[in-house]
Design a protein around this ligand. Structure first.
Ligand SMILES: Nc1ncnc2c1ncn2[C@@H]1O[C@H](COP(=O)(O)OP(=O)(O)OP(=O)(O)O)[C@@H](O)[C@H]1O
Ligand SMILES: [Mg+2]
Length: 378
């Protein structure tokens, strides 16, 4: 509830997206705020002049006049210097943050915004305006620290997404070049072996880069899943073929049993990479000379894909935990280098869940079986 010791606080929401406006109105009216909506900066300024709001929620990208310009002009209006202005933006980047700061924003919230968070930010912004001088000083100090942290965080995100994006293309080119070498009939056997080895390492690096990219996308709600009929035996054959070199290096026998499942409605590229991650894990965590299998099974409402190995398996208390980001079990072998980053299974779970399915690990006694259940879509 809004503070009852005062008149009903009045919030101005400026956003060009109709859904966002409706959501903001519904959320704020539930808390007993009076709400005025504006579709762009110009309308926002008009509303502001008619009645000075107690708080403004301002979108950044809008036609006619964007949020930055609107904020600057609001600050210059009578009473405008003191009104809390909160930016709501889908652009989570340092430049947007800096511009919002420099035109006088009080707060910066990245979309999608949860209704409770919206209310809390509005309440906090209005409370701050009522603080006495000493408390205001403390608050400003904390706020500066918060803004510095936010800025650092955004910079870090930008750096890592640059690194990941910029790595993808050169690494793919290295793979193409290694393929060219493999095709050269005059190449001595030893050099051919080196080209094979390059491709194995590159595949592993690409897997890591793409996992990271998609985990980030999914966190931003932007992992697009393109569902289409997928030929399961063909996909399995092609995934097994690309994994074969790695299996041979460890003398692991790769087998498949694709009984009864022909077609699945799913995103081909994403499911392929899920299988690649699971097979790579099986090969990595299973001993030399063992067997790894990929099998499929049709159930009444679901299709099941299983990747089984004969390694140490996953202890029962870790069977949920290993799907979390960066979680890796201690191999116990301190001499072995720590390979991988603990992102493979996180990626697998995001993809499977985005398909409305589930992924879990069972005991193969000995070994692990990773099971994926995807809903049948007729
Ligand atoms: N088949 C398996 N057998 C035993 N342990 C496994 C198996 N698959 C995964 N694990 C355990 O789960 C952890 C998480 O796996 P995940 O694929 O997410 O990361 P990773 O393989 O360590 O690194 P990467 O990000 O390169 O995939 C692994 O570090 C390993 O300890
Ligand atoms: Mg892995």
């Amino acid at each position: 509830m809004a503070d009852e010791s005062e008149a009903q606080p009045y919030i101005l929401v400026v956003d060009d997206n109709e859904q966002n406006r409706a959501l903001a109105r519904a959320t704020l009216e539930l808390e007993d705020y009076a709400v005025e909506l504006a579709k762009n900066g110009e309308e926002g300024l008009r509303a502001f002049t008619e009645r000075t709001p107690d708080c403004v929620l301002l979108d950044v990208r809008m036609p006619v006049m964007d949020g930055f310009e609107t904020c600057r002009r609001m600050r210059a209006l009578p009473g405008g210097a003191d009104v809390p202005i909160i930016f709501l933006t889908a652009s989570r980047d340092v430049d947007t943050f800096d511009r919002a700061q420099s035109c006088g924003a009080d707060d910066f919230v990245t979309k999608p915004v949860q209704p409770t968070e919206m209310v809390l930010r509005v309440q906090a912004a209005m409370k701050v305006r009522r603080l006495d001088a000493t408390n205001k000083e403390y608050f400003e100090l904390v706020r500066r620290q918060r803004d510095d942290l936010m800025r650092l965080q955004l910079q870090k995100e930008r750096l890592s997404s640059f690194v990941v994006h910029d790595l993808k293309n050169p690494v793919s080119s290295i793979d193409l070049l290694a393929q060219l070498l493999q095709r050269d009939k005059k190449l001595p056997a030893e050099a051919r072996g080196t080209a094979d080895a390059i491709r194995v390492e590159v595949a592993s690096l690409l897997r890591l880069i793409l996992n990271l990219l998609d985990i980030n996308k999914s966190e931003e709600g932007q992992l697009a899943v393109a569902i289409a009929p997928l030929d399961v035996p063909a996909l399995a054959a092609s995934v097994l073929e690309t994994t074969q070199v790695r299996a041979r290096a460890k003398e692991i026998e790769l087998t498949s049993d694709l009984g009864g499942v022909e077609v699945l409605a799913a995103d081909r590229d994403l499911i392929r990479r899920v299988l690649e991650n699971l097979l790579e894990n099986a090969l990595r965590y299973a001993p030399n000379g063992s067997r790894v299998s990929l099998s499929t099974m049709a159930h009444a409402d679901e299709i099941e894909l299983r990747v089984a190995d004969q390694g140490k398996g996953v202890p029962e208390n870790m069977r949920d935990g290993i799907f979390e980001r960066f979680v890796q079990l201690d191999s116990g072998d301190r001499t072995a280098p720590r390979t991988g980053r603990g992102l493979g299974l996180t990626f697998c779970r995001l993809v499977v869940e985005a398909h409305g399915g589930r992924i879990y690990v069972e005991d193969a006694a000995p070994g692990a079986v990773f099971c994926i259940r995807l809903p049948r879509r007729e």
